[in-house]
Design a protein around this ligand. Structure first.
Ligand code: ADP
Ligand code: MG
Length: 257
């Protein structure tokens, strides 16, 4: 396998049992994500974006297909191999409110990944430093999630996702629940963190302007299938599919930095 490729999915299918038989929500999706790049995954709500991402991370078991992570067969991995891989891949979800346990202080939230993965992780870092890295002050450590705004909570989620120094992060609509200006600040933070830490991103969004701003390449999903994929500027300027043109036309402009 090409050493520049970190994630390689081939022929991914996911079916669920529905009232009228089996429903195929992801149909024959193949994609690669290169080290250090941001691949955008766009499509209307329900098109299968989150399901694809969850299959890459093996949070959802595919009905068919293969996933290789840094050359390792993810679906054939043993529990031990999977545990080691889990440290290298993380996810940030859309809803910054649901993702944080309201009963835990930020100190406990940030320390949790180290507790789960133990001293074997070998990367335990000062919690205050983890907060500063995402633009928050150390004084936040003793507070609870409800004391923060949506943007601040998403920063806490990002700090936690980066605790174990992963190399691959799935960003599943990380700013969709935030105001546009707050979301733009979080997107810029994600961009800075990628540059400083050499991260590889899968950025899921329904906003083409955001994808154009953040991503190197983009894959477009419609009803479970990939309908278009390519360099982000090429796809945004010369979309081949009417569906992609509609996505580009349907979203508000992203404010500049
Ligand atoms: P997106 O992230 O693009 O909005 P999803 O991947 O969440 O789309 O969902 C794709 C389709 O799969 C939707 O129709 C959704 O209802 C369906 N789906 C997702 N998870 C399940 C599940 N656990 N059981 C049944 N259907 C599901
Ligand atoms: Mg989704």
């Amino acid at each position: 396998m090409d050493a520049a490729v970190l994630v390689e999915a081939s022929g991914l299918v996911k079916e669920y049992a529905g009232s009228g038989g089996r429903v195929r929500v992801v149909d024959d999706v193949s994609l690669t994500i290169r080290r250090g790049e941001t691949l955008g995954l766009v499509g209307e709500s329900g098109s299968g974006k989150s399901t694809v991402a969850r299959m890459l991370l093996r949070l959802v078991e595919p009905t068919a297909g293969t996933v290789r992570y840094d050359g390792i067969d993810v679906l054939g991995a043993s529990a031990g191999e999977m545990r080691a891989m889990r440290r290298r891949m993380q996810v940030v979800f859309q809803d910054p409110y649901a993702a944080l346990n309201p009963k835990m202080r930020v100190r406990e939230i940030l320390a949790e990944p180290f507790a789960i993965h133990g001293s074997a992780s070998g990367v335990e870092r000062p919690l205050g430093e983890m907060l500063r890295e995402v633009g928050l002050d150390e004084s936040a450590l003793e507070r609870f999630p409800h004391e923060f705004s949506g943007g601040q909570r998403q920063r806490i989620n990002i700090a936690r996702a980066l605790a174990l120094r992963p190399e691959f992060v799935v960003l599943d609509e990380p700013v969709s629940a935030l105001d546009v200006s707050v979301g733009a600040q979080v997107v810029n933070l994600l961009k800075d963190l990628q540059r400083d830490l050499g991260l590889t991103y899968l950025f899921i969004s329904h906003s083409m302007p955001l994808v154009r701003y953040l991503c190197d390449r983009v894959a477009v999903m419609q009803r479970g299938r990939l309908v278009e994929m390519g360099d982000v500027l090429a796809v945004c300027e010369q979309p081949q599919e009417a569906y992609t043109r509609a996505l580009i036309g349907a979203t508000p402009e992203m404010p500049g930095r």
